[in-house]
Design a protein around this ligand. Structure first.
Ligand code: ASP
Length: 451
């Protein structure tokens, strides 16, 4: 318990360093509650908030693609040979998988214990419930029809110049294809020796320039985050939150366990890092993640916090953080596990142990296939519903609409968790590789500004 207070105090100090962003978040929540949408429609003042918020998000998104490309190429090339890349990569994937697995176990257990979907059964049309139940019973006997080989084939990058490739790619698989191509080329640059210098030097300048642009864009972080928070709280409205309070509480509690129990234990088990110092170093990234609900948009700040304060070497940051921002979504996996079980409970579907295991496994895959953008987890949730309950989104539409109504608010919290776990894994990998500057992490007097 003592450690949790220390963590809260550390986050408090982090907030104090950048109190204006925190104030923007709190004011945003208050304004959103006081001026909700009227009859589900935004007023002119809401449009102004959305305009400012979207301008901020668009500006950050502008730098995400050059940042990810340059960071991964530079990161891998500077790791040296491909054996080193393999070692760091294996460590990274191992930690990401462990953290996501724990998140899924927490989500499933909490949803089964607190049964958040039972209470909303009355809101679901009884006839529809009967239809859904009949269908699930029939399909339970048949085996899963997910075509794994073609799913894997879709992940592989093809000829980028072929117009059909772009047309046929889903956004999620497109991101995977791009990442795989970048990793392969990064490894190639790492293994060709000195001759890689012109290209690596080029990407080093692109990376430095994107970080510079980040500093400039952060000037409007405060109004941007205020506007986004106010708009989406106003849109959700307090009434929806009242209806779904148990569902929201289960997810928030699960995310809190992940943040305050799982990460500290994993950090303690695998390194000598002081949890409170790490959390204090990354508080700005947490706040920006909360405000934007986008791991990708937060990536520049995450990198800045980790390099300038947490003492993680730039080669580890450049490799681990961009991959984490697109693939490591433990907060999303937790939310998805709860959401699917919530849907099952709302339609009175009996979950067999096998179905529960399938929900967990699919949540691990679907979450990492979610892009680091707002509501991406809600889209890939359909894959889990389809894969485990064998139901389409339309069939469970009434429960889905409820989840949708409150999603943005929960997205803010789960993105905070997603981003935090990226930094936890980056610091663990760095510590394991001797790439963590403990002196910098401990010595806050020399920490550089991030926002
Ligand atoms: N918004 C989340 C992120 O960017 C993804 C999701 O859960 O929708 O990390």
């Amino acid at each position: 318990m003592k450690l949790h207070w220390h963590i809260l105090v550390a986050i408090g100090f982090g907030i104090k360093r950048n109190w204006h962003i925190f104030t923007a978040l709190i004011l945003g929540i208050i304004v959103g509650i006081v001026f909700p949408f009227q009859y589900g429609e935004p007023g002119p003042h809401h449009e102004v908030l959305l305009f400012i918020g979207q301008a901020f998000i668009k500006l950050i998104q502008m730098i995400v693609v050059p940042l990810v490309i340059s960071a991964i190429i530079v990161g891998i090339a500077s790791l040296g040979d491909s054996r080193q890349v393999g070692k760091v990569g294996a460590r990274m994937v191992g930690y990401y998988a462990l953290i996501t697995f724990i998140a899924v176990v927490i989500g499933i257990s909490m949803a089964l214990i607190f049964t958040p979907g039972k209470g909303i059964k009355s809101k679901i049309d009884q006839q529809q419930t009967q239809l859904v139940q009949d269908k699930v019973e029939k399909i339970k006997e048949t085996t899963s029809n997910i075509d794994i080989p073609s799913l894997m084939l879709n992940m592989l990058p093809g000829n980028a110049a072929d117009p059909d490739v772009k047309e046929n790619s889903q956004p999620e698989t497109f991101i995977f294809q791009t990442l795989i191509a970048l990793i392969i080329f990064g490894c190639a640059f790492a293994s060709i020796g000195e001759v890689n210098r012109p290209v690596v030097a080029f990407f080093e300048s692109v990376f430095a320039a994107t970080m510079k642009v980040t500093d400039w864009i952060m000037v409007i972080a405060t109004p941007g985050i205020f506007s986004l928070t106010a708009y989406y709280v106003a849109k959700a409205g307090v009434d929806t939150i009242k209806d779904l309070w148990l569902y929201a509480t289960v997810i928030l509690l699960g995310l809190a366990i992940q943040l305050f129990v799982t990460y500290p234990i994993i950090i303690k088990l695998f390194s000598k890092i002081k949890v409170t110092s790490l959390y204090q170093a990354i508080t700005e990234a947490m706040m920006v993640a909360f405000g934007t609900a986008s791991s990708s948009a937060t990536l520049p700040i995450t990198i800045a916090c980790c390099e300038r304060r947490a003492g993680i070497s730039s080669k580890i940051c450049s490799f681990v953080l961009p991959l984490g921002a697109t693939m490591n979504m433990d907060g999303t996996a937790l939310f998805q596990s709860v959401a699917v079980i919530f849907i099952a409970q709302a339609y009175d579907i009996h979950l067999t142990p096998l179905m529960i295991i399938l929900i967990g496994a699919l949540a691990m895959v679907a979450s990492s296939a979610s892009a680091g953008i707002p509501s991406a987890g809600l889209i890939t949730l359909a894959l889990i519903v389809q894969g485990s309950l064998k139901l389409s989104v339309e069939e469970v539409g009434q429960a889905y609409v409820l989840i949708f109504a409150i999603d943005r608010i929960l997205d803010m919290f789960r993105t905070l968790v997603n981003v935090t776990s990226d930094t936890v894994v980056a610091s663990l990998v760095a510590a394991g590789e001797g790439e963590l500057d403990y002196d910098l992490l401990k010595n806050q007097e020399v920490w550089k500004e991030v926002v």
